[in-house]
Design a protein around this ligand. Structure first.
Ligand SMILES: [Zn+2]
Length: 81
């Protein structure tokens, strides 16, 4: 349990996260330092949407949700791989 209160309506905020969910599984969502770059292999793009990522620059996101108005506050926590 956290002690965060909503800055808009002063109701308690509950702890959560933002899963990247598919039909098969789900993963955490991260904040990544720097600008996005296309992922490449041997100089060619891996796929239309793939981007490079560096786990040293990634921080898992914790999302707090107001139990009254639904406002979200996001925090990029220290590295979680
Ligand atoms: Zn609120």
């Amino acid at each position: 349990m956290n002690n965060l209160m909503c800055p808009d309506c002063d109701a308690p905020m509950e702890t959560g996260f933002l899963p990247e969910a598919t039909d098969v599984d789900s993963t955490l969502t991260y904040w990544h330092r720097d600008e996005p770059e296309d992922a490449t292999f041997l100089g060619m793009k891996v796929s239309r949407n793939a981007i490079k990522h560096d786990k040293e620059k990634m921080f898992a996101i914790t999302a707090y949700r107001c139990t009254d108005c639904g406002l979200l506050k996001l925090y990029a926590n220290p590295k979680v791989s």
